[in-house]
Write a protein that binds this ligand. Sequence first.
Ligand code: ZN
Length: 314
Amino acid sequence: MKSEQLTRLYRQQLQDFELAKKNYTNLEQVIYRKIPFRNFPVRLQYNPSRILSTNAKIDAQTLATRKCFLCPDYRPEQQKGIPYGKDYHIFVNPYPIFPCHFTVPSNWHEPQCITGHFSTMLDLAIDFPEYIIFYNGPDCGASAPDHFHFQMAPRGSMPLETDICCEELCQKVVERDFFSISMLQNYLRKVIVLQASDAHLVSVLFQQVLALIGQVTPYEKEPMINLLCWFDNCQWQVCLFPRQTRRPWQFYAEGEEKILFSPGCVDMAGLIIAPRKEDFEKYSADLLTDLFQQVTISAEKEERIKIQLQKITV
Ligand SMILES: [Zn+2]
């Protein structure tokens, strides 16, 4: 399967699927602004139609009583997808952040949990090298934590992709013949970057790194992470953001102090989605530093992971 098939699906859905047509047309109106930090930028997108996702209620009762929008029985009739392998379908995401924003749900109503699905992420990245594949953990931005899904965004949409190439930011923690592990320094949030060109090796590394993260992050269904992957320069690039909390205190505040910041992969990757105008205008370097500090792991925990990473053998 090639990216042209996705482009064809996208064009067809923009003609036949009213909700997608409306929201992708609205997407042309979103406003951007940039906040520069020393060695990287953070981009902001004011996007009112994302209010449902940012504000999504995912408590057990809500999930038990709603109709799952990723299940075949409850998907909009006009939404058509293409099968991917025997276990997944690819759909145009009707609530886009980017043009050509896709969702890749499992064919079964099974919980958001990366175990058993990671190799599919690698397959998607190599089959669609023009896209970044991403996965929000069940308590880290997923608005359907009860139904497994990836998302796909066009390459070049998020600052992370160029940030990991910046020498001032990127610190190699492990460098071997067939793989490397890096961490970005002074980057507001903590991130671990795996690079390797052998799929089995990437999978083994990923499992080991996930287990290490699990030693320092809250761990319920799985260690709290946001995960992004793409294929570039003949290698998989896998970025893991270990998380401390789902949302900062400001999310739950009332009045002036309230900020609808409920970050997922896209926000962690440097593109902050602001569904409310007041938040979009309020964001500053100091505020972002505070918000990210709350949702990412501490420097002390990062150091503990780093020491363990240096001992990794595969
Ligand atoms: Zn479902």
